[in-house]
Design a protein around this ligand. Structure first.
Ligand SMILES: Cc1cc2nc3c(=O)[nH]c(=O)nc-3n(C[C@H](O)[C@H](O)[C@H](O)COP(=O)(O)OP(=O)(O)OC[C@H]3O[C@@H](n4cnc5c(N)ncnc54)[C@H](O)[C@@H]3O)c2cc1C
Length: 416
């Protein structure tokens, strides 16, 4: 009896309280909890977006980081196990400097997290005879105080017997360069950021419409996310997100990657006997790694310009790429000619026509920036890209013409 009357009294009190609260605000609070407004929403948690979110957060801004599939996902360009960091960039000094500065940031992340995120394997860049790339790189590396050696073909083969060079070739050796453990490093960065207060969530963002000042973006669930400024760092998806602006300026290009099993009991394919390497021809026709994490020697040969859809593209390797890889290995690393393929991956580069990054404001919006166009060499420079984009977003700097959208010409449509 007494329990019954207590319950009745409680219900009466609740009804009275509800009567004092206007119904509309109660309903609103339940249906639409108060929306957070962010200083900046970063769309895309690849290496460009994640380091941008990190730099914006360090600048004191309230940041949300959104990704459709998650940082380093299998479809993303940052989603590989390893990426080269080196400063031999010919006369493109800004990339050489950014690589050196970024490496400090990667090492800092490794130190803070206690994870092996950088393998100091050294990097060899093979340069064809007569190509000014070696001399140009020399000038820049010397100017920046980065350690390097120019090796003749004979000297390269003596020190690194896994490789064959023809007598006219030279190699640039950077002893302090090496391999970033890409997916692991990106995950560590996002985990650290989340622990530090950046909001991160899985969300697929729709293409914003209109022009002028963007107030919010809509995600596939229908929810909206409001922010004062937006950065779209969607890598190979950028042509899909902004088809009118970038549909023909950035091309997602298929990259087939192989791991070759090393001979049993051999240490010839481990660092320091084998460094990381790039076969330079333009921005690099082929590149590879020693057997990191004991997974075999990873390599890719960029023999084709085949496009790929980052959402739906099939991720199994194909006969023409296998043949191009085998033919390359027979000449450059004959000891691996008959090595079995022990793992494969299919990724994609997000090529801009001039192979420069694209870091600029969207011309239709006053508060939307784009960070992309890594063009097969963006990973190493994620930290400096983040710092640079933060300066653009906070109006401390205007886009360098090198990285501007207008400097990126339209690419010829790729043949499927
Ligand atoms: C095989 C291969 C080898 C490479 N080797 C090197 C190397 O040795 N050294 C080097 O420096 N660079 C290298 N690169 C290049 C480098 O990996 C890329 O330039 C870099 O990872 C690009 O990063 P990103 O953040 O621009 O794109 P991504 O890593 O692709 O990130 C974009 C993110 O945006 C998300 N996204 C897309 N659309 C939406 C949306 N609508 N809503 C929400 N999220 C969205 C995606 O899920 C993805 O996670 C290589 C690339 C490849 C493919």
């Amino acid at each position: 009896m007494s329990t019954m009357s207590t319950t009745r009294r409680t219900i009466t009190k609740l009804i009275a309280a509800a009567a004092l609260t206007p119904f509309s605000s109660l309903a609103k609070a339940a249906v639409n909890p108060p929306r957070k407004r962010f200083d900046v929403a970063v769309v895309g948690a690849g290496v460009f977006g994640a380091w941008t979110a990190q730099a914006l957060h360090s600048a004191g801004l309230r940041v949300t980081l959104l990704d459709a599939f998650g940082p380093g996902n299998s479809r993303s360009s940052s989603g590989g196990e390893s990426r080269i960091t080196r400063s031999a960039y010919g006369d493109r000094q800004i990339y050489a400097r950014w690589a050196a500065d970024s490496l400090l940031a990667w090492k800092g992340l490794a130190q803070r997290t206690g994870l092996a995120l950088f393998e100091n394997t050294g990097v060899l860049t093979f340069v064809p005879g007569g190509d000014p790339f070696a001399d140009e790189s020399s000038v820049v590396l010397k100017h920046l105080g980065i350690r390097y050696e120019i090796l003749s073909a004979t000297e390269t083969m003596r020190r690194f017997p896994a490789f064959r060079l023809n007598p006219t070739e030279t190699a640039i050796y950077e002893p302090d360069a090496g391999a970033l453990m890409a997916r692991r490093a990106l995950r560590a960065l996002v985990d650290e950021m989340v622990a530090g207060g950046v909001e991160y969530r899985i969300a697929a963002v729709r293409t914003p419409s209109g022009s002028g000042k963007l107030a919010e973006v809509q995600i596939l669930s229908g929810e909206t996310i409001a922010a004062d400024r937006f950065v779209f760092a969607c890598g190979p998806w950028l042509p899909k997100v902004f088809p009118a602006l970038l549909g023909t300026r950035i091309r997602a290009q298929r990259a087939e990657v192989f791991f070759l099993g090393v001979p049993p009991g051999s240490t010839s394919y481990l660092p320091p006997a084998m460094p990381t390497w790039i076969d330079h021809n333009g921005m690099g026709d082929a590149y590879g790694f020693p057997s990191l994490d004991n997974r075999g020697c990873k390599l890719a040969v960029d023999a084709f310009n085949n496009p790929i859809d980052p959402d739906t593209g099939d991720r199994t390797v194909t006969a023409p790429y296998i043949e191009a890889m085998r033919s390359f290995v027979r000449q450059r690393m004959p000891g691996l000619s008959d090595a079995p393929i022990v793992e494969t991956r299919v990724c994609q580069y997000e090529y801009a026509e001039n192979e420069n990054y694209l870091l600029d404001r969207h011309p239709d919006f006053t508060n939307v920036w784009i960070a992309g166009g890594g063009s097969g060499h963006g990973f190493k420079n994620g930290p400096m890209v983040g710092t640079y984009v933060t300066k653009l977003v906070t109006n401390q700097e205007l886009t360098d013409p090198l990285f501007s959208i207008s400097a990126t010409k339209q690419l010829a449509p790729a043949k499927m």
